[in-house]
Design a binder for this molecule. Structure first.
Ligand SMILES: [Zn+2]
Length: 423
């Protein structure tokens, strides 16, 4: 059976490359969220021909949704002859802007020397195409299969997934009994299974001061200098402490196997938006955005306390220091168990195709799995797909056709194990 599946997919190598190229030709750049509807309609037309039932779900009122840029998601479902379990392949159709430095047209979908080039080639239109070919091949060889297969193309993953997977999850699209197993074909490499991701706390810290004439700073209070004290405390205490916190989560790259924090931005004082005229004042406000990534071994409460304790100490020790802190985003860390059904099925596919054990990894950043887990309460979910993560969001992004073919085989074998029996 695995042999026949593999051969059927091998025969569709050119079709898989062409399908990827066609998907790339929709410039689904986010922001602003362009070309979502035609891309969703293209996926629907393809799967509709294979008798999938099609639903378009527009996330009305979601961030960015407008008549010009409607947040259109597509969910396709094929029910087998008999009842059984449902496997859902979820891909985001949005891509990040092309940016500079390309030597090919990023939206031409160029196929050359075993690769497909374009923005979104690896992240993640190649994965979407591989899952479509895998499902079609599986259905051709097993016309009487039990259970159901779903394939979705969802929007806005690159901006948090609120109009995409989060919106659908709130409506029950990612919960049992509708769905049992979810595979997200993000580009994590064809022989790796991504079990989850670290947690996220984004927050804004504001230090406060008092406005005065810049020539007489002694009459005011400089919010930027107060922020300087915050940075000094971070450098002296927080960063060294974070560096010591190691995790059992197998994050790749390895630098992510600890707690980290980025200072995303600092803005203090009046901006020079007014034709470059500099501000003449002592700034009364300075804002910093921090991006703290945390581990299964930490709680969100502890993570926040670390920062708040440090700020409160400054407030007690530093003259006129005052601050405010505001949460921007919170995501819990996730790690699906290695003996979960979807993990075992994909691991078996990797063993069959590559003759070796899969590598189990954790992503340093988050992706749509967070919504499946938190909103859908569905924990049998992983990321598995072709493509090299380092190429995502880069100029001359590409995906290897061999990689797509091989990972489509792994996906088809996973379908076989999840729907037709236990591994
Ligand atoms: Zn992605």
């Amino acid at each position: 059976m695995d042999e026949r599946l593999a051969r059927t997919i091998e025969d569709r190598r050119d079709e898989l490359a062409e399908l990827t190229a066609e998907l790339i030709r929709f410039p689904t750049v986010n922001p602003p969220g362009d070309a979502y509807r035609p891309c969703a309609e293209f996926i629907a037309a393809r799967l509709g021909k294979r008798s999938f039932g099609i639903e378009f779900i527009r996330a009305e009122g979601a961030p960015g949704d407008s008549e010009r840029y409607p947040r259109v998601n597509v969910v396709a479902r094929f029910d087998g002859r008999t009842r059984g379990r449902t496997v859902h392949f979820n891909s985001h159709i949005d891509v990040v802007e092309a940016g500079d430095g390309w030597t090919v047209d990023p939206f031409a979908g160029i196929i050359s020397e075993g690769r497909v080039y374009g923005r979104g080639a690896c992240d993640m239109k190649g994965g979407l195409a591989a899952s479509i070919i895998a499902a079609e091949a599986f259905m051709d060889i097993n016309p009487d299969f039990p259970g159901a297969i779903e394939i979705s193309g969802t929007v806005d993953e690159e901006s948090g997934g609120f109009g995409g997977v989060a919106y659908l999850a709130k409506q029950g699209y990612f919960s049992q009994p509708k769905v049992d197993h979810v595979i997200i074909p993000e580009p994590l490499n064809k022989d790796r299974i991504c079990l989850g991701h670290r947690g996220v706390w984004w927050a804004e810290i504001e230090t406060k001061g008092e406005i005065a004439h810049g020539s007489m700073p002694f009459l005011g209070d400089c919010a930027v200098r107060h922020m300087g004290a915050v940075i000094r405390a971070f450098e002296d205490e927080l960063f060294p402490a974070l560096d010591q916190k190691r995790t059992r989560m197998p994050v790749v790259p390895e630098g992510g196997r600890r707690s980290t924090m980025n200072i995303n931005s600092i803005h203090g004082g009046q901006t020079d938006d007014y034709d470059g005229l500099p501000s003449p004042n002592v700034p009364d406000s300075c804002r910093m955005v921090i991006d703290r990534r945390f581990l299964l071994e930490e709680t969100l409460g502890e993570v926040k306390d670390e920062v708040v304790t440090l700020l409160n100490r400054l407030k007690a020790s530093r003259s006129r220091f005052d601050y405010a802190i505001r949460d921007i985003m919170e995501v819990m860390p996730l790690m699906t168990e290695r003996d979960a059904p979807v993990v075992r099925a994909v691991a078996e596919g990797i063993r069959e195709i590559f003759g070796r054990e899969p590598e189990y990894v954790i992503s340093p950043g988050t992706y749509d799995q967070k919504h499946v887990a938190r909103i859908g309460h569905l924990h049998d979910c992983i990321a598995y797909g072709p493509g090299i993560l380092d190429l995502a969001h880069r100029p001359d992004e590409w995906v290897g056709i061999d990689d797509m073919v091989e990972s489509a085989k792994v996906m088809a074998i996973s379908l076989d194990r999840l729907l037709r029996g236990s591994p």
